[in-house]
Design a protein around this ligand. Structure first.
Ligand code: BGC
Length: 350
């Protein structure tokens, strides 16, 4: 095990971004960047031991800051996914958050993703990033410090531990926005990847993909991933919770709802044999198959361009807009009490 630091590049002309690479005994590695405490690359073996980078991303850090490029690998805070009208009431007070997409807040306004984080600690197989957000920043209550610890284990698990401290009761919904393409060749879409999601329900959404508060049953619909099957099987089947032509961009309600750490999803590329199991203690997971990415984008890592359906994001989370739906499962941050959540990406090959 070893961790190595290098300079990635500047954003906005003079803000330096660093990379930290953790390599385990078998050669698997993860590259983490200070920008958005993000995953820049993740190299894991196929069934023949051949390593390939299984996350999409860019060679130039500036590209990560373009919201149209989809928050590749970045940490999202304070609140992942959408908040209707950029507005919510919490403990009797109304709060207003950035309407950075349409009329809603997307990914907390983007600040946690598009700014550099501090490095609080490093060890042989881990790194801890930290970001302080003052009371009222982007409308959210509380002087708020978020820490993200990434650990790469000897058995090819990337463990992500989020820890939050605030001086006021507040809301939080941290996630990571990596897009996986287990073939390591992003000239291939993820439509051929097999997917299982441990969920019988999804959150129903309106024409802007904002939750309505209802849950829909997956059974008998194109949303059903209770049994593993290729993502592309039904991706273009018209469905009320899907925007035509985009494909999956939906929150699934995991069977485990009580904070228990459990299997949420399994993604598999039968050709290379690479398999990813996602574990979390959160109640939801956003399946987003990159349907808003343009077919014409020309940036990426080397020849691997970030384009339409080239990766699947599996974003563990509280349901989108939970702050406006008391019926959704929630757990908020208590003043001066550490709030924790953990997600693991476990890689193997078959
Ligand atoms: C959202 C998508 C969005 C993507 C990139 C996902 O979490 O649900 O609508 O395009 O993030 O920002």
């Amino acid at each position: 095990m070893a961790i190595e630091k290098s300079f990635f590049g500047n954003i906005n002309e003079n803000i330096p971004i660093d990379l930290y690479k953790i390599t385990n005994g078998s050669g698997a590695s993860v590259m983490l960047q200070t920008l958005g405490a993000g995953i820049q690359s993740l190299c894991v073996p196929d069934r023949n031991g051949v390593l390939a980078d299984v996350v999409l991303g860019f060679d130039n850090p500036q590209d990560y800051t373009n919201p149209d490029y989809g928050y590749q690998g970045l940490t999202v805070g304070r609140w992942a996914n959408r908040i209707r009208d950029g507005k919510f009431t919490f403990e009797g007070e109304e709060y207003h958050t950035p309407q950075n997409q349409g009329t809603w807040t997307l990914h907390g306004g983007g600040r946690f993703s598009f700014t550099p984080w501090e490095v609080a600690e490093t060890g042989e197989n881990y790194i801890v990033f930290s970001r302080f957000s003052p009371d009222g920043e982007d409308g959210f209550p509380g002087n708020f410090t978020m820490r993200v610890k990434y650990t790469l284990t000897e058995d090819n698990t990337l463990r992500i531990e989020y820890s939050i401290l605030s001086d006021k009761d507040t809301v939080a919904n941290p996630t990571n926005h990596a897009y996986f393409n287990l073939s390591g060749d992003s000239s291939k879409t993820v439509e051929g990847h097999y997917l299982m999601i441990n969920a019988d329900y999804f959150t129903e959404t309106d024409a802007d993909q904002l939750p309505t508060g209802e849950l829909g049953a997956v059974k008998g619909t194109m949303m059903d991933f209770t049994e593993p099957h290729p993502i592309g099987d039904n991706i273009d089947v018209p469905f009320r919770a899907i925007i035509d032509g985009v494909g999956y961009d939906n929150n699934y309600c995991l069977r485990t709802q009580n904070g228990e750490f459990a299997l949420a999803a399994v993604l598999e590329d039968k050709e290379s044999g690479r398999k990813l199991e996602v574990y979390t203690d959160l109640p939801g997971i956003q399946l987003y198959t990159g349907g808003w990415l343009s077919r014409d984008y020309t940036v990426g890592k080397g020849d691997n361009k970030v384009t339409f359906r080239r990766g699947a994001a599996l974003e563990t989370q509280f349901y989108p807009d939970t702050v406006n739906f008391p019926q959704f499962p929630s757990r908020y941050v208590k003043a001066n009490e550490e709030f924790k959540t953990v997600t693991e990406f476990r890689f193997s090959a078959e």
